[in-house]
Design a protein around this ligand. Structure first.
Ligand code: RET
Length: 255
C-alpha cells in the first residue's frame, strides 16, 4: 500500500468509526451523552484531517524539500483535548467538576500539540529539539494531572467509576506514549523511518487511539451510567432532557 492509500484508509476508517460511535453511544444521562458526543466527534475530526492529507491539502513542502503533514497536528489539537475531557467526565462527577483542573489539563495538552507542530515544522536543529523538549514537558504535565489529582478524584468515587477510570487511563497512557516515539523516528523527527513506514504506523496508532479506545470508553461509560441510575444518584437535572418524557423535567429546572 502506498502512503496515499494509507491516508485514504485512515479517512474511511475514521469516518466509519465516527458513525459507529455516534450510533452505538448511549444518551441516558448528561455524562453518557457527553461521552457519546466526545468519542463520536474525535474520529470525525480525524477523518477530516486524513482526507485533507490524502488529497495533498494538509501538507506543505519545507525549504529542505521535506513534505510536512501539518494536518495531523491540527487533528491532534482538537482530538486530544476531547479525549482528555472524556476521562475527566469519568473521574469528576456531580458537584465535583473541578473546572480549573480540567482547564489546566487541556491547556497543558494544547501546549504539547502546538509545540509539537512547531517541532514538526522546524528544520534548524536548535529550534527543533527545543520544541520537542517543550512538548515532552507538557506531556509530563498532562500525565501528572491524570495520575495524581484526577486519579485521586476517581478513587474517591464508587467502585465502578474507579475501575473504569483506572482501565481507561492505563490504556490511554500506553497508546499516547507511542506518539512521541513514532514521530521522533519518522520524517518530522530524526528521519530514521521514511514516510512510507511512518505514515501507516501513525495511521494504525491513530485508529486504535481514537476508534478502538472510543469503543472501550463507551462501554465504560455504559457501566458507570447503569450503576449511577441503579443507585438513583443522578438527579433529574442530570438526566439528558430527551431521555425522559417532556414536561417531567420542567419542575426541577424551574425551582
Ligand atoms: C508530539 C511531538 C513530540 C513530543 C510529544 C508529542 C506527543 C504527542 C501525543 C499525541 C497524541 C495524539 C493522539 C491522537 C489521537 O487520538 C506532538 C508527537 C510528547 C501524545 C492521542
Amino acid at each position: 500500500m502506498t502512503e496515499t492509500t494509507w491516508l485514504w484508509a485512515g479517512a474511511v476508517g475514521m469516518l466509519a468509526g465516527s458513525v459507529l460511535l455516534f450510533a452505538a453511544g448511549g444518551r441516558r444521562t448528561q455524562d453518557e451523552e457527553g461521552h457519546t458526543l466526545v468519542h463520536g466527534f474525535v474520529p470525525l475530526f480525524a477523518a477530516i484531517s486524513y482526507f485533507a492529507m490524502a488529497v495533498h491539502q494538509g501538507e506543505m513542502t519545507l525549504p529542505s524539500g521535506r513534505v510536512f503533514l501539518y494536518a495531523r497536528y491540527l487533528d491532534w489539537s482538537v482530538t486530544t483535548p476531547l479525549l482528555l475531557l472524556g476521562l475527566t467526565m469519568t473521574a469528576l462527577h456531580g458537584a465535583r467538576r473541578r473546572v480549573g483542573l480540567v482547564a489546566g489539563l487541556i491547556a497543558s495538552d494544547v501546549v504539547m500539540i502546538v509545540t509539537g507542530l512547531f517541532f514538526g515544522a522546524s528544520e534548524a536543529p536548535f529550534n527543533k529539539w527545543v520544541w520537542y523538549a517543550a512538548s515532552c514537558v507538557a506531556f509530563l504535565a498532562v500525565l501528572w494531572v491524570l495520575f495524581v489529582p484526577l486519579r485521586e478524584e476517581a478513587l474517591g468515587r464508587d467502585q465502578v467509576r474507579r475501575d473504569v477510570y483506572s482501565r481507561n487511563v492505563t490504556i490511554l497512557t500506553v497508546l499516547w506514549l507511542f506518539y512521541p516515539v513514532l514521530v521522533l523516528l519518522g520524517p518530522d523527527g530524526l528521519g530514521m523511518w521514511p514516510a512510507a513506514l511512518a505514515t501507516p504506523a501513525i495511521a494504525i496508532l491513530d485508529l486504535v487511539a481514537k476508534v478502538a479506545y472510543g469503543i472501550i470508553a463507551m462501554f465504560g461509560s455504559r457501566q458507570v451510567t447503569t450503576a449511577d441510575l441503579i443507585r438513583d444518584e443522578v438527579s433529574s437535572v442530570e438526566i439528558a432532557t430527551h431521555a425522559i418524557p417532556s414536561g417531567a423535567l420542567r419542575p426541577a429546572y424551574r425551582k
